[in-house]
Ligand binder design. Structure first.
Ligand SMILES: [Fe+2]
Length: 281
């Protein structure tokens, strides 16, 4: 092969690889959902909860960017998994205008029967522009309540003997970890839902030694192989996705989200997490 032919083939190959990667990043991976199944060992778990399934979804970002049909299909898939409890860890919407909440409701209805066993917390986007509009959060909460979803805003839900504490968003106007965390009885089974994983580094956790389920990062949405994601909306850049052991015996799980802010994902597939509860020994 002469030098000119070699160069022509090298350039053609590079262009084809770039086009293929771009196509994959925009057209394939943003909707290529991975169902992650894992055990969730909890201390003092009531016997009746052993083997029950909690499904976590996060960061739906229903709004102008996420494909409506894709999201409806994924929520229908979640409903088909028939979780014992469905936990939605924030960023239901990407707010654009007064119609945003109505649109979210029309899509979240796809969760069907599982809406009656659904608990949620808010993320920063659920408070609209600047994460600061309590009116948007209140309107979203009452609409979701109307569907049967219980939103925990610095509250604890007792679910069959498991304390489920929901912390309102760290960047929003109603962050209240200080209010809710001391109310968890550390001698009983507990689980914390907290959108932004940076909260786990705050000195507020007391005796709590259980799991914290988060979202927020989307895993960075794009991650080069063998390298960390270049963009993560957290102070502690360790917190990208998956499981982390924390100080005090606590553990963190970060779900990569179902939606996206821009329709690109590379090496960070969207995720539905199915946890199976078991007694921690
Ligand atoms: Fe998000």
């Amino acid at each position: 092969m002469d030098r000119r032919t070699f160069m022509r083939r090298a350039v053609t190959g590079t262009i084809a690889a770039a086009a293929g990667t771009t196509f994959y990043t925009i057209k394939i991976e943003p909707h290529w959902v991975k169902v992650v199944q894992r055990a969730l060992p909890i201390q003092n778990l009531p016997e009746e909860l052993d083997g029950k399934r909690i499904v976590q979804i996060s960061d739906l970002h229903i709004g102008p960017v996420v494909d409506d049909l894709y999201m409806k299909e994924m929520l229908d898939k979640v409903a088909g998994m028939e979780p014992d409890l469905l936990a939605i860890t924030g960023d239901f919407i990407t707010y654009t205008n007064g119609a945003s909440v109505r649109k979210a409701v029309s899509i979240i209805e796809s969760l069907g029967d599982s809406l009656t066993r659904c608990v949620g917390i808010f993320g920063n986007h659920d408070y609209g522009p600047g994460w600061s509009d309590e009116g948007i959060g209140n309107s979203l909460e009452s609409s979701l309540n109307g569907l049967g979803v219980r939103i925990l805003r610095n509250e604890i839900l007792e679910w069959q003997g498991l304390q489920i504490a929901g912390i309102d968003d760290y960047w929003g106007p109603n962050f209240g970890a200080k209010v809710v965390l001391p109310r968890i009885n550390a001698g009983r089974a507990g689980l914390v839902l907290c959108h932004n994983p940076d909260v786990v580094d705050l000195p507020l956790w007391g005796d709590y030694k259980g799991w914290i389920l988060s979202g927020h990062t989307h895993g960075g949405q794009c991650k080069p192989p063998f390298l960390p994601p270049p963009i993560l909306p957290v102070q502690n850049s360790r917190y990208s996705r998956g499981e982390f052991a924390l100080e005090g015996g606590r553990r963190l799980y970060i779900n990569t989200g179902l939606g996206y802010l821009a329709k690109v994902r590379f090496n960070v597939r969207p995720e539905i997490t199915e946890f199976v509860l078991k007694q921690k020994v």
